[in-house]
Design a protein around this ligand. Structure first.
Ligand code: AHG
Ligand code: MN
Ligand code: MN
Length: 335
């Protein structure tokens, strides 16, 4: 493990090659990393502080708000509004677009985030994470940011990543020049480059899906999952099933080992469950940067035009060949 390169050094080295080689963009990443460290500090003390359980509120997605969801959301909003690089933010936990208030310095970037992904796992001490997507305000935009300026397809992301709070805290980041993983050294409080140039194997041996929804899937989704029950995996054996129930953790495993994560649409959720802008897009950006693929079964995730901030999408993401196998099944089933 190369423990000598800090995330700061890495960003500065890559900054030279990046079209977003501005101090503003670098400052944005620093403050995001700081927010991630602050959330990690709260998450790792979750059993000790009075932060387990729900707040009793229901969020804009119709889900129970966990106390740590709320804490993570507030850390992100507070820190990032002050970073000077943003004009607007959107959080999974907030119904509307959040415009940076006039008393804070404004910048050209838009931050979309899921403050705590996998929050139903918090109380059982299973991995959770913060997922983020960074967009640029379209050229020529001035005055108050409009919703249309924010509703951009994922291919326009300038950076994306996540902080995974697991046995160790990891930052996985792409600024469009590959995917790089950093592990937090808690002794010095710094992320160190531990996983340079992460790539997803072309085919994997793990499929990941909540099969409890099977009776509500349509024929294409059933056939796609059935394919992984019977087709030979990359190791010549059967595919193995793994499902954490934290997208960020299931994706992280997929990034390292390959295979596929699936959240198909079902009768109760015709557009699937996952949020396009704060979950699917950033992970799709990472998947493609790591030579994998991300699809909704019929089209590339990064080509989807969001029609609202909290638009949802089916998601099939991971090894290129595994995602292509699903797309072939969907193509056969037509629209
Ligand atoms: P969040 O905790 O941010 O609301 O996201 C939960 C998501 C995602 O992390 C996970 O993969 C998925 O919900 C699990 O859903 P099911 O319980 O329906 O499988
Ligand atoms: Mn989530
Ligand atoms: Mn969440």
């Amino acid at each position: 493990m190369n423990t000598e390169v800090t995330v700061t050094e890495h960003i500065l080295l890559h900054q030279k090659k990046s079209p977003h080689a501005t101090g503003q963009f670098t400052g944005l990443l620093y403050d995001l990393i700081l927010s991630g460290k602050s959330i990690a500090f709260r998450v790792t003390k979750a059993g000790l502080l009075d932060v387990l359980g729900g707040t009793g509120e229901i969020n804009v997605q119709g889900e129970n708000v966990q106390k740590l969801d709320d804490i993570a959301n507030r850390i992100m909003l507070y820190r990032m509004e002050r970073c000077g690089a943003l004009c607007a933010m959107s959080s999974e936990e907030e119904p509307d677009l959040i415009r940076v208030r006039p008393e804070f310095p404004h910048g050209d970037y838009i931050l979309i985030f899921d403050p705590l992904d996998g929050s139903s796992n918090i109380d059982v001490n299973v991995n959770v994470g913060t997922i983020f997507s960074i967009l640029r305000r379209p050229e020529g935009g001035s005055g108050e940011v409009t919703l249309d300026e924010v509703l951009q397809p994922g291919w326009k992301q300038v950076a994306a990543g996540y902080v995974l709070y697991g046995p160790s805290t990891m930052l996985v980041l792409s600024t469009g020049q590959g995917v790089h993983g950093f592990t937090l050294d808690p002794g010095v409080g710094e992320f160190l480059l531990s996983h340079p140039d992460m790539t997803i194997p072309e085919q994997g041996y793990i499929y990941s899906v909540n099969e409890g929804n099977r009776q509500n899937w349509d024929d294409a989704a059933r056939e796609a999952v059935e394919w992984f029950h019977t087709a030979p995996a990359s190791n010549g054996k059967n595919y193995s099933a793994r499902y954490v129930g934290s997208l960020v953790a299931d994706f992280h495993r997929t990034l390292i080992y390959g295979g596929i994560y699936m959240y198909p649409p079902d009768r109760a959720k015709p557009n699937g469950k996952l949020r396009l802008m704060c979950e699917a897009n950033p992970l799709a950006f990472l998947a493609e940067q790591a030579k994998g693929k991300a699809s909704d079964g019929r089209m590339r995730i990064l080509d989807k035009q969001p029609d609202k901030l909290h638009a949802r999408t089916p998601l099939f993401i991971g090894s290129a060949r595994d995602v292509e196998a699903v797309e072939a099944i969907y193509a056969k089933h037509g629209r």
